[in-house]
Ligand binder design. Sequence first.
Ligand code: MTE
Length: 338
Amino acid sequence: MLIKKTNKWDLRESDITPEPIYHQRRDILKKLGIAAASLPLASNATAGIFDVFSSDDQTSVVDNRRSLTTIKSSLSNPTLSLTPEKKILQYNNFYEFGTDKTDPAERAKNFITNPWQVKIDGLVNKPLTLDYDDLFSSFPLEERIYRLRCVEAWSMNVPWIGFSLADIIKRADPTSKAKYVAFQTLYDPKQMPGQASRSLGGGIDYPYVEGLRLDEALHPLTLLSVGLYGKTLPPQNGAPLRLVVPWKYGFKSIKSIVRITLTDKQPPTTWNILAPNEYGFYANVNPNVDHPRWSQASERFIGEGSLFSSRRQPTAMFNGYSEAVASLYQGMDLKRNY
Ligand code: MTE
């Protein structure tokens, strides 16, 4: 399949259609006997269409975040209308803390993110370990406003803070054999109840793992984030360090990373292991390649207002980053490499 080379970095207002009325509240789903949880799970045939927006519930959030000083990034898109901070903090996917959208904010309250260590190893000449403080002092911190598109067909615009993954990889000095980068989330069932219980953790075999091709990892847009909205990340968003790959579905953006390994083989990835026919290694946002159980042609943008005022908008190829990333996939069949 050819890559449509359009620059949809900015969606026009005219692209936005009113939100259809089919969004259902959690209680309606429960009455219908449909599990609200486990949205990307193969077993839930309604996933992605009836995903539950429960952040209207005013969950109290413990806030231990501190302010970060940032520089402006040329890779940011300051014209995007931001998703309110409260929604970014209360509507999460972090299955280590449960499969409901509000579980992570509730259950990760006491998650210890300092001290923390991140190892960068594998096919590198200079393996290194970064401690918690290194994450904030090794590289200039940039604010980058990016789109975030979940495979469940909702999206947000998030003011991330962080640095390019390439900075860390270059410091480790990959050998010529390195072709891929593997990522791993912390494994600590005592702290992460979803890792201790298969039902709570959505049936995933933990630790959560992800991977990128080396050229994707070295792309300047690929961000390691340590914060959002001017502050350090809260636990539910992947503190202290998470990946953000803005042209890929959100499940690639692995949270609470402890290990980054350069390798010569395509690494296994959590959702692909769980449902290989539904979630591929590439996971590039693509309106022309539907999920087997729902359309990816449009998405529900989570912005100001209540659930029912969130708007439906067309999905942009590579989530609007075509101009910057389409060349990475030149000649590739994106239907096969979903
Ligand atoms: N990382 C880990 N370790 N565990 C997860 O369950 N969920 C992914 C991704 N990273 C997930 C994860 C999914 S499906 C999405 S959409 C994003 O995190 C959501 O990020 P957010 O909660 O900050 O919006």
